[in-house]
Design a protein around this ligand. Structure first.
Ligand SMILES: [Zn+2]
Ligand SMILES: [Zn+2]
Length: 313
């Protein structure tokens, strides 16, 4: 019962915690806005936010992508979950069994859940086998007679054996990921490219980072009253305002509404499809500045010290 309780507590902590959702920005970063003269549609230049921006991680350049849905540049290791429709810090994967994203704030609980499930499966299987052995040592000399005496043990053993393939495999895989400081997403995405893992700080440090680093408080107030602006209309109006203020690109009101509706549709469609993330960069020109807000992100904090050392060396 105690083992089952631990599994259930770990499951609850995994599914009920904020995985590290980054609150959406109400408007695109103004300092990055520029008129895109290359994509002229109907002779009207459109406001354009650069798709990528370069930041330094552990002294190495890394490209981070702009998220159209959340209207922000994703911090390193962050990705937009197409199911939850949110940008999640240190995005690992979306777990359909738990019904939640696995990210920076609930990864260790997810690992406890998976590993304790494996231990529970092994324990139940072993106890059932032991019980069958006791029966055989007693009044039921053959295996067949002992199994017939306790069909529940047979069912449990089959169930645990099958489950162990799944949760045991998952536990082994995540032990490998933790020791090499990778997320499931990075492993699947970058393995084929054979890219350098710039987050790897050595096995012990990687394990300490996952299990011993303090988990930051959530950046979201889920009990706050929803404002109209959260729906994205204010940001669209802001874009509109900026375009109007530029003075030289008048449009008719009807045309604007059609464009805005189209953009909302495009953005929502893109948001549903997009799960792509940052890419390692080679070009050192571009956008070296990194928002001060991002510097507070735990995923970056964990690595920034090493980065500073490398940069200053
Ligand atoms: Zn996003
Ligand atoms: Zn998700």
């Amino acid at each position: 019962m105690c083992g089952q309780g631990k599994v259930l507590v770990a499951l609850m902590l995994t599914s009920a915690r904020d995985p590290g959702i980054i609150p959406r920005s109400l408007q695109p970063p103004e300092e990055e806005l520029s008129f895109d003269s290359t994509s002229i549609v109907d002779s009207t230049p459109s406001l354009h936010v650069p798709r990528t921006k370069e930041v330094m991680v552990n002294g190495l350049p890394m490209k981070v992508k702009y998220c159209d849905t959340c209207m922000l540049y994703r911090p390193p290791r962050c990705s937009h979950c197409s199911i939850c429709n949110n940008c999640v810090e240190r995005f690992d994967h979306h777990c359909p069994w738990v019904g939640q994203c696995i990210g920076l704030r609930n990864y260790r609980y997810f690992f406890f859940f998976v590993s304790s499930s494996s231990v529970l499966c092994i324990y139940v299987f072993a106890m059932c086998a032991l019980y069958i052995k006791f029966l055989m040592d007693g009044d039921y000399p053959s295996v067949w007679m002992a199994l017939k005496k306790s069909p529940a043990s047979v069912v449990l053993m089959i169930y645990c054996f099958l489950s162990l393939w799944f949760v045991g495999g998952l536990t082994g895989f995540h032990i490998y990921l933790i020791s090499s400081n990778q997320t499931t997403y990075e492993n699947f995405r970058y393995r084929a490219d054979k890219r350098l893992n710039i987050f790897d700080q050595g096995c012990l440090s990687n394990i300490v980072e996952v299990f011993c680093n303090k988990i930051r408080p959530s950046r979201n107030d889920f009990r706050a009253i929803v404002q109209d602006s959260v729906l994205g209309f204010s940001s669209m109006n802001r874009l509109q305002e900026l375009e109007d203020n530029s003075g030289s690109y008048p449009r008719s009101k009807v045309q604007d509404e059609v464009d805005i509706t189209g953009e909302i549709l495009k953005i929502s469609q893109r948001g549903n499809i997009e799960i792509s993330d940052e890419e390692m960069g080679g070009n050192t020109k571009g956008f070296p500045s990194f928002s001060s807000d991002w510097k507070s992100v735990g995923a970056i904090d964990a690595h920034s010290k090493k980065g500073v050392e490398l940069e200053s060396a």
